[in-house]
Design a protein around this ligand. Structure first.
Ligand code: SAH
Ligand code: SF4
Length: 344
């Protein structure tokens, strides 16, 4: 039987490993060699620069009912808000003023904004000279196409899990096939496409996570976001156990080794679950952080999971904290847009 070091070496040299090998690395108690290899590869391919993406959570209305998420339509306890287009644009301007080179617009699946409203918002923000990323869930091909035409550069849509039974259990009324189709459509339309998984969902096994990794590689995703599942009050999974930080770090390290040149954030959920989450993520393959640009009240209400508001009271403070973490780690803030590098 191959040792953990052997498996890591194969992966580092060939950027591929079978599902059994991936599963073994996901379950090893000795993950240090894996983390170190991911950090080496990250440094060699995307370097020490970290891309900051200014996150604007513009609406917490959602028509979906994902079992794990505090924004689910069925959570009647949550006070809902919706920023106006003018507010969204003003927040983007503020974020650009703070130095953000990418603006990420995220929301629940809120159908109250029309496609032309969304396109106008994207067009206005693009004029500020930044990249625009959307994370607004499953839409029609024509909507994705119109938003691309309006100037959107990237799109984030996590598959959450590639296990179809688990997907069906977690997402009542949703179709796994459609989600996969959305991802391929986004790629085809020329978006830099991001996906990822929720790590530690009830019933999720290491073999399922290994299959997620294979899916990321097959899709040739440009960005991968991985975070721990954090039980959220007001949801059917409020009492479930959350995902483990070390399992998230293993998933991140494996992702970096399988797909050396992608962009990968140290996610907010990782930073919420562990006070040193950003540092740990950035040491296990991550090269992106997404500081929240929103006002305190919106940030509190945009709560797929609890604990987000604890990190910093406002955008400036959060940004300063993140920059301090980077400086202490010998990493720098990238002055560029942070598109995916090819052949690095
Ligand atoms: N509605 C859009 C985007 C907003 S949700 C969408 O679903 O694509 C953003 C992400 O929050 C989701 O992809 C999900 O992975 C994450 N999330 C939701 N509930 C969570 C929880 N309880 N713990 C950790 N992450 C969660
Ligand atoms: Fe809505 Fe996204 Fe939460 Fe699902 S994960 S309920 S789509 S906000």
């Amino acid at each position: 039987m191959q040792t953990i070091t052997d498996l890591v070496e194969v992966l580092e040299n060939r950027q591929t490993l079978d599902q059994a090998g991936l599963t073994r690395l996901l379950t090893t108690p000795k993950a240090e060699p894996l983390y170190q290899a991911a950090d080496r590869v990250r440094k060699r391919t995307v370097g020490d620069e970290v891309h900051l993406r200014g996150l604007i959570e513009f609406s917490n209305y959602c028509r979906r009912n994902c079992l794990y998420c505090g924004l689910r339509a069925g959570n009647s306890r949550l006070h809902r808000y919706r920023m106006t287009p003018a507010e969204i644009v003003a927040t983007a301007r503020f974020a650009v003023g703070l130095g953000m080179k990418t603006i990420v617009l995220q929301s629940g699946e809120d159908s109250s904004y029309t496609v032309s409203e969304l396109c106008a918002i994207v067009q206005t923000i693009k004029k500020m000279g930044v990249a625009v990323t959307l994370s607004i869930g499953e839409r029609s091909r024509s909507t994705y196409a119109a938003l691309k035409e309006a100037g959107a550069d990237r799109f984030l849509l996590r598959i959450e899990t590639t296990n179809e039974q688990l997907y069906a259990r977690m997402h009542p009324g949703m179709s796994y096939q459609n989600r996969v189709q959305c991802l391929y459509t986004l790629k085809e339309l020329g978006y830099e496409t991001g996906t990822g998984s929720l790590v530690g969902l009830p019933g999720q096994t290491p073999a399922m996570l290994a299959a997620d990794l294979v899916f990321f590689k097959e899709l040739d995703a440009d960005m991968i976001g991985l975070g721990p599942f954090i039980p959220s009050p007001g949801t059917p999974l409020a009492q479930a156990a959350g995902g483990a930080v070390d399992l998230v770090l293993k998933m991140m390290a494996l992702t970096r080794l399988l797909m050396p040149e992608i962009n990968m954030p140290a996610t907010t959920a990782l930073g919420v679950k562990d006070p040193a989450g950003y540092q740990k993520g950035l040491s296990c393959g991550a090269n992106v952080v997404m500081p929240n640009m929103g006002e305190r009240d919106y940030k509190r209400l945009y709560a797929p999971y609890p604990g987000k508001e604890g990190w910093a009271s406002n955008a400036e403070t959060q940004l300063a904290k993140i920059k301090a973490v980077l400086q202490q780690m010998g990493r720098t803030v990238s002055p560029g847009y942070g598109f995916r590098v090819r052949g690095g």
